[in-house]
Design a protein around this ligand. Structure first.
Ligand code: FMN
Length: 185
């Protein structure tokens, strides 16, 4: 697929089938991710790929953490939370390394990892997969970070939900760049 086609056709795909995605295909997505630019070549991305029961275990951690923080919520809310990671057969949690040298800036590491996430979304599009970038409170949840092997002060930039699309949705064209751009000569 031509790069402009992938860029223009890509849209968040919240509804995907539960069909297994071959590991080789997930590898292709991650291989695309690590082609992203990164200052000082520090490779600041960390990927945790969750499939199968790992998604249930994440759901349990999310529900338990929510119960700790908001014990008065009705139990149906925790039940719903437990199922959130099951929305796609593949879930890639994407974290950012803290800078290990003075010259490396955290904001630049974050930029590089965001670029890696976009590479995954575009590669998914090119491979006929549907994907959705999600964050929400879970990206900042300490228990979730601990479960995924991240430090408390590490950012989780994305939970990328990936699977085969359930349907091809008609999408609105996006607004133009014009009102967000000035030209200087
Ligand atoms: C950093 C980031 C966080 C996001 N978090 C969420 C989220 O928590 N829930 C959600 O429904 N969509 C989330 N999205 C997806 C956006 O809502 C989506 O990209 C936007 O609506 C534009 O739609 P499109 O991706 O189809 O162009 C996130 C996107 C980004 C870049």
């Amino acid at each position: 697929m031509e790069v402009f086609e992938a860029i223009h056709n890509r849209h968040s795909q919240g509804k995907v089938k539960q069909d297994e995605v071959p590991r080789a295909l997930i590898g292709k997505l991650l291989d695309a991710a690590v082609q992203a630019p990164n200052h000082y070549k520090v490779r600041p991305w960390r990927f945790v790929v969750l499939t199968g029961n790992a998604r249930d275990r994440l759901g349990d951690v999310m529900a338990a953490s929510q119960r700790d923080r908001k014990p008065d919520l009705p139990s149906e809310v925790f039940d719903k939370t437990r199922t959130l990671p099951l929305r796609a057969p593949v879930l890639i949690a994407v974290g950012v390394d803290k800078p290990s040298e003075e010259k490396v800036l955290e904001i630049e590491n974050i930029c590089a990892v965001a670029a890696a996430c976009q590479n995954i979304l575009l590669a998914a599009e090119a491979l006929g997969l549907g994907a959705k970038w999600r964050t929400g409170e879970w990206a900042r949840d300490e228990k979730v970070k601990e479960f995924l092997g991240f430090e408390k002060d590490q950012h989780i930039l994305a939970f990328l939900y990936i699977g085969y699309p359930e349907f091809t949705a008609a999408h609105e064209p996006r607004p133009s760049f014009e009102d967000r751009t000035i030209w200087m000569e």
